[in-house]
Design a protein around this ligand. Structure first.
Ligand SMILES: *Cc1c(COP(=O)(O)O)cnc(C)c1O
Length: 399
C-alpha cells in the first residue's frame, strides 16, 4: 500500500530539504545542561536550551521530584476535576499566584495548552482580541478558537495597537495580548506603554511571560516586574518548561474570578490530564530558588552580556538587547544551517532558525545562555564562532 498522501508529503519533504528548510533532531544522551553529551559520546557546549537558571538538573529539584514520586506516585490518570487534584497542585498554584502578584493561578499541561484554553473561555462574539504580530504560535492558535473579533498589530507598534483599540471600540471586552519577551528576537515588550493604552481604552492586558519569569525583574517575577507594572496585568500565562526547571507544564495567573471561570470552562484544563506530581513538587522548589538565589539571575545576565559583547567584537551581527536570548543574524537559511553544523564540529551546539519560524531572509542562530555556563566555556564558544566564520567567509546578505 502506498497511499497518495505519502507520495505527496514525500515530495514536499524533499522540497523542504532542497530549500534548506528541513529540521532535524539531534538526540542528547544525558541530562540537559550547559554541556550536553551527544549520542556519539562527545560532550558539547549547549547554547540553545531555555534552561536559563540552570535548574534542569539541580539536585534540589531532583530530590523534590523523587520525594513526590514516593509520596504522591507517578501520575493520577485523571483530569483535575475528577480525581487529579493533589495538595501539591494546590500548593503550586498558590505559590505561582503569590510570586506573580495575582489572586490565583491554574495549572495546565503546558503553556501551549494554557494559551489554547484561555481565549475561547473568556471571549465570545461580543468581544475583541488584539494581538501582537510576533506572538507565540500557541497564542495564535488559541485566538483561532475564539469567536471574538480578531485584530493584529505589527510587532511593538503601539500606534497601530491604539488604532486597533479604537476600531474595536464597540466590543464588550477588549483584550490586548502580547508576549513579554519575543522569543525569536529577545525583545522585551513595552509593557508600561501598553498598560497605559489599555487603561486609556478600558481594555484588558494579557502577557505570555514564558521567557520572562525567573529571568527578568529585580526579583525574577518577569517582564511585568522589569517594566514596572507588577500587579497590574489582568492575565499572565507562562511555562514551567523554561527557567522554572524545564520539565513541562504551564499556567494562567489572574483574579480568582477569572481563574475560577477557567476551571469551569477551559477545555485543555477540563479534558487533559493533571500535571504529574513530581513536576508540581519540583516546580515549587524552582520558585523557591528564584526567590532565594538572585545571584543566579545576576550570573545569567553577566553571561548574556559576555556572549553579546564577544560576538559583536568578533564582527557578528547580533540583534540588540539585554535578554539571554542572543540572535546572531545569518541571512539565508542555508547559511544558518551550515554555520550551526560547523559549530557542532567545533563543539558548540546551537540551532539555526529560519522561515517559517522567522521571516524570510532573517535566518539566524539563536543562542541562549544559562546561569550554569561559566565564563571560560563561553570564551571557548566565542572562539568556535570565530573559527567557523573564518571558514565559511562573510555572510552574503546578513539582515
Ligand atoms: C515556550 C513558549 C510557550 C510554550 O510553552 P510550553 O509550556 O512548552 O507549551 C508558549 N509561549 C511562549 C511565549 C513560549 O516561549
Amino acid at each position: 500500500m502506498s497511499p497518495q498522501i505519502d507520495a505527496d508529503l514525500l515530495h514536499e519533504l524533499e522540497a523542504l530539504k532542497a530549500q534548506g528548510l528541513y529540521k532535524t533532531e539531534r538526540p542528547i544522551a544525558g541530562p540537559q545542561g550547559p554541556l550536553v553529551r551527544l549520542e556519539d559520546g562527545r560532550e558539547v557546549i549547549n547554547l540553545c536550551a531555555n534552561n536559563y537558571l540552570g535548574l534542569a538538573q539541580h539536585p534540589a529539584l531532583l530530590a523534590a521530584a523523587h520525594a513526590a514520586l514516593e509520596r504522591f506516585g507517578y501520575g493520577l490518570a485523571s483530569v483535575r476535576f475528577i480525581c487529579g487534584t493533589q495538595t501539591v497542585h494546590r500548593e503550586l498554584e498558590k505559590a505561582l499566584a503569590s510570586f506573580l502578584g495575582t489572586e490565583e493561578a491554574i495549572l495546565y499541561s503546558s503553556c501551549f495548552d494554557a494559551n489554547g484554553g484561555v481565549f475561547e473561555a473568556l471571549l465570545d462574539e461580543r468581544d475583541a482580541v488584539i494581538s501582537d504580530a510576533l506572538n507565540h504560535a500557541s497564542i495564535i492558535d488559541g485566538i483561532r478558537l475564539t469567536k471574538a473579533q480578531r485584530y493584529r498589530y505589527a510587532n511593538g507598534d503601539l500606534d497601530e495597537l491604539e488604532a486597533r483599540l479604537r476600531e474595536a471600540r464597540g466590543a464588550r471586552r477588549r483584550l490586548i495580548v502580547t508576549d513579554g519577551v519575543f522569543s525569536m528576537d529577545g525583545y522585551i515588550a513595552r509593557l508600561a506603554e501598553i498598560r497605559a493604552l489599555a487603561d486609556r481604552h478600558d481594555a484588558l492586558l494579557m502577557i505570555d511571560d514564558s521567557h520572562g519569569v525567573g529571568v527578568l525583574g529585580a526579583e525574577g517575577r518577569g517582564s511585568h516586574e522589569a517594566k514596572g507594572i507588577l500587579g497590574r496585568v489582568d492575565i499572565l500565562s507562562g511555562t514551567l518548561g523554561k527557567a522554572l526547571g524545564g520539565a513541562s507544564g504551564g499556567y494562567i495567573a489572574a483574579s480568582s474570578t477569572v481563574v475560577g471561570w477557567l476551571r469551569q470552562r477551559s477545555r485543555p484544563y477540563l479534558f487533559s490530564n493533571t500535571l504529574a506530581p513530581p513536576i508540581a513538587a519540583a516546580s515549587l522548589i524552582a520558585l523557591e530558588i528564584v526567590r532565594q538565589e538572585p545571584e543566579r539571575r545576576a550570573r545569567l545576565h553577566e553571561n548574556a552580556q559576555r556572549l553579546r559583547h564577544g560576538l559583536v567584537e568578533r564582527g557578528f551581527d547580533v540583534l540588540e538587547g539585554t535578554h539571554p536570548i542572543v540572535p546572531v543574524m545569518m541571512g539565508s537559511a542555508e547559511r544558518a544551517q551550515r554555520f550551526a553544523a560547523r559549530l557542532l564540529e567545533e563543539g558548540v551546539y546551537a540551532v539555526g532558525f529560519f522561515y517559517p519560524v522567522v521571516p524570510e531572509g532573517r535566518a539566524r542562530i539563536r543562542l541562549q545562555v544559562s546561569a550554569a555556563h561559566d565564563p571560560a566555556t563561553l570564551e571557548r564558544a566565542l572562539a568556535a564562532f570565530a573559527r567557523v566564520a573564518a571558514d565559511l567567509g562573510p555572510a552574503p546578505e546578513a539582515r
